[in-house]
Write a protein that binds this ligand. Structure first.
Ligand code: TRP
Length: 336
């Protein structure tokens, strides 16, 4: 039986170099492996808990979809869709809500972090500002995963607890109503190191230190020129360890190329020169997908059609499965 891989991308913000190296590139490569099936989707329902504007949701959905397509995701192989196009997902989330212990969800890191912030800031209400969407986020995520009987869920470390919760909910449901769900496993890829951002910390939207993957060439160069370095002068030997420039370069270069730059560091390459070198390297690599991305962003209808194609494939599975699950809990046509 084929191994089923599934992962969701929350539709907030603009895809950056870190997203590419850490998630998109490995996902596209994995989707070409024989004997595997891949579901990749835009988690637009999840993005609503972040309180972002409708305009940002709209823009981010487009940008993320265009990015994956521009980078070569084969949407005849991988099933690529929007979560909101699959009405069976929120329906399943309700069935799972009726299984999930509230105490289980109380232990979710994301929820607990907000409660802790509230307590530390002296608020009388520990649940201040916490929506039911935030609280039950792991239930919707479990529905995403269980709906398509995923075996493996490639995620970052911060999401492992959510996959464990999905297993818990699946087990409870199976126990009550019979074996309907596959128990998923998190797949945390430790070989794709976290990429450094402009300030040397991990590249992340929350640190505001990202380099958008498809920023126009001029802006892209300007951003790379801002990468933090130390005050060593040209000619002084430099350490590759802890150098954000080296870190970013390494994520997009071959072993031989990395080795050559190591030598340059030892020989004291000037920071300005290294920045220009990194810019040229990435710019060459991204020129073609960037052009495709720009083209796609001007054809929202085409992006919509591709996602619709994915949603049709996804629903051919989710519709009968949801009917099976309703049947299992006792909801079926009266005459049956
Ligand atoms: N919570 C995930 C994140 O923030 C996104 C996500 C939503 C997801 N549903 C999923 C990931 C299902 C994997 C499987 O990164």
């Amino acid at each position: 039986m084929n191994q089923v891989y599934l992962t969701g991308i929350t539709t907030t913000g603009t895809p950056h170099l870190g997203n590419y190296a850490g998630a998109i590139r490995p996902a596209i490569a994995a989707s070409q492996q024989p004997g595997t099936e891949h579901f990749y989707f835009l988690a637009d329902l999840h993005s609503l808990i972040k309180g972002i504007s409708p305009e940002e949701v709209r823009q981010s959905r487009m940008e993320i979809a265009a990015t994956w397509l521009a980078l070569g995701l084969d949407t005849d192989k991988a099933v690529f869709y929007c979560q909101s196009d699959i009405p069976e997902i929120p329906a399943l989330a309700w069935l799972l809500s009726c299984q999930a212990a509230k105490g289980l969800l109380n232990r979710a890191h994301a929820y607990k972090a907000v409660v802790q912030d509230n307590e530390q800031s002296g608020s009388k209400d520990p649940d201040k500002g916490i929506s039911m969407g935030l609280f039950s986020y792991p239930v919707l995520m479990a529905a995403d995963i269980l709906m398509f009987k995923a075996h493996k869920v490639p995620v970052g470390k911060d999401q492992v607890q959510h996959i464990e919760m999905a297993r818990d909910m699946a087990q409870r449901f199976n126990h009550h109503y019979g074996e309907h769900f596959v128990l998923p496993e998190a797949q945390v890829d430790t070989s794709t190191a976290l990429l450094a951002g402009l300030d040397g910390r991990k590249m992340s939207k929350s640190y505001n230190n990202t380099v958008p993957l498809f920023a126009p060439e001029k802006k892209f160069r300007k951003l790379l020129m801002k990468i933090k370095t130390n005050s060593l002068e040209p000619g002084e030997p430099k350490d590759t360890e802890g150098s954000a420039l080296f870190d970013i370069y390494s994520a997009f270069a071959s072993e031989a190329e990395i080795e050559a730059v190591r030598v340059q560091y030892a020989e004291g390459i000037a920071w300005g020169e290294m920045k220009q070198f990194l810019f040229e390297h990435l710019n060459t690599l991204l020129a073609e997908p960037r052009a495709k991305y720009d083209e796609l962003m001007n054809q929202p209808k085409l992006i919509g059609e591709v996602l619709e194609h994915g949603a049709t494939r996804a629903r051919s599975l989710s519709q009968p499965f949801m009917a099976e699950l309703y049947d299992a809990v006792g909801i079926k046509p009266m005459w049956q």
